[in-house]
Design a binder for this molecule. Structure first.
Ligand code: A4P
Ligand code: MG
Length: 189
């Protein structure tokens, strides 16, 4: 820690504030869609994440077809999780995720947990804990949601994550069957 502090102080002295942000990994984004060709929506969002200058996609889970949590009079969802590396702060990353949602015509005028073209949730940001009006990390409900845990299990490093623990143990506690894995080439969902 003291060494790290020294490096930062030196960078400040040399007026290189952009180098103060270090690249972090262990950042997980949950993707969900249940409107306007959900498989394509999720694949498009992953493509946009892959081509973004400020983030680097490390891993991509399978795509899962999941029953809706919340109002039941909406279509099933397609869910996935990706792991990123980035030097963006949690707030900068959230802003970027909102831009991607808007780009894919995300409407926010719907009922709570209603249908959407694209939802991007910042699930985990390494070992960061945040509880503000704008951002809660880890994202609420990770441990209780099959549509998050199964895709997370596909890609989680060593299957144990800071703050939430062993993903397979959480899945065992859920006592819910694994949702159907969707072949991305099959677009009739
Ligand atoms: N916000 C706070 N923390 C975060 C975070 N870690 N990541 C704030 C992203 N956003 C975060 O989010 C509302 C506000 O949450 C944002 O302004 C942000 O500042 P939103 O995306 O506009 O709305 P939302 O997604 O409808 O709200 P909420 O309550 O976060 O819903 P969830 O938890 O995302 O659940 N069923 C299935 N099968 N699969 C799904 O993916 N998703 C939902 C939405 C409901 N049912 C589902 C699924
Ligand atoms: Mg959300």
């Amino acid at each position: 820690m003291p060494n790290n502090f020294k490096v930062k102080e030196n960078l400040k002295k040399h007026h290189q504030p952009s180098l103060l942000n270090t690249v972090k990994r262990g950042i997980y984004i949950g993707l969900g869609s249940n409107l306007d060709n959900p498989v394509q929506q999720v694949l498009t969002a992953i493509k946009h994440l892959r081509s973004a200058a400020d983030v680097h996609v490390v891993a991509v889970s399978n795509l899962y077809k999941t029953p809706p949590m919340g109002p039941q009079d909406q279509p099933d969802y397609i869910n996935a999780v990706v792991e990123l590396k980035t030097a963006l702060s949690p707030y900068q990353l959230l802003q970027f995720l909102h831009q991607l949602e808007n780009q894919q015509d995300r409407s926010r005028d719907t009922e709570r947990w209603g249908a959407r073209t694209l939802d991007l949730d910042l699930l985990l940001y390494a070992d960061t804990i945040l509880n503000t009006d704008e951002l809660t990390i880890p994202h609420t409900g990770i441990k209780q949601r099959a549509f998050v845990l199964y895709p997370l299990h596909d890609i989680a490093l060593h299957k144990a994550l800071p703050l939430i623990g062993q993903v397979d143990a959480l899945i065992a506690q859920l006592n819910e069957p694994q949702p159907e894995i969707i072949n991305p080439n099959k677009l009739d969902v």
